[in-house]
Design a protein around this ligand. Structure first.
Ligand code: DQA
Length: 147
């Protein structure tokens, strides 16, 4: 069952350090700032937005299944798990198989970085991907779900 209007925004490992983490790559916007911007945009778009972050694969998998059960759309920045987590990939596949949407986001453009970042376990089971626009990648993903 798809519940329109609620979007779960999940951020993976090391993203709590945004703002001070390699700002030349990820920018100086903190995750709290992104969350505030998403809430504001969500109000404009008529979406309720809930943001969570975890460094733990199992916690992210649990949240993806929670979203599936509830029928929520998801915006997911899997961070480093993007490149090697079959568990996160399988949880995303389960979600999209049930008809709800999932947008993979990245602040940087992984395709333009080190070779290990060019593989995404998630891309093939996501509804779509937004990458390379810094914090705006999250906002663009939310707009995509609203449109
Ligand atoms: C990232 C890109 C990943 O390769 C990296 O491991 C991250 C952040 C991004 O948002 O650009 O932690 O997902």
């Amino acid at each position: 069952m798809l519940v329109p209007g609620h979007v779960l925004v999940l951020s993976g490992p090391n993203l709590a350090a945004l703002g001070s983490r390699e700002p030349e790559i990820y920018g100086s916007t903190t995750l709290a700032d992104i969350s505030t911007q998403l809430q504001t945009l969500g109000d404009t778009l008529g979406l309720s937005v809930e943001c969570r972050q975890s460094d733990h694969e199992g916690e992210l998998v649990g949240w993806l299944h929670e979203a599936s059960r509830a029928g929520w759309d998801v915006v997911l920045n899997p961070a480093a798990f993007t490149h090697y987590s079959y568990a996160v990939r399988d949880a995303c596949a389960h979600r999209t198989g049930m008809g709800s949407r999932l947008v993979e986001v990245h602040l940087s453009n992984p395709a333009a970085r080190e070779s290990f970042r060019r593989t995404s376990m998630v891309a093939g089971v996501a509804t779509g991907t937004v990458a390379g626009f810094g914090a705006d990648s999250y906002l663009l993903a939310l707009r995509a779900l609203a449109g």
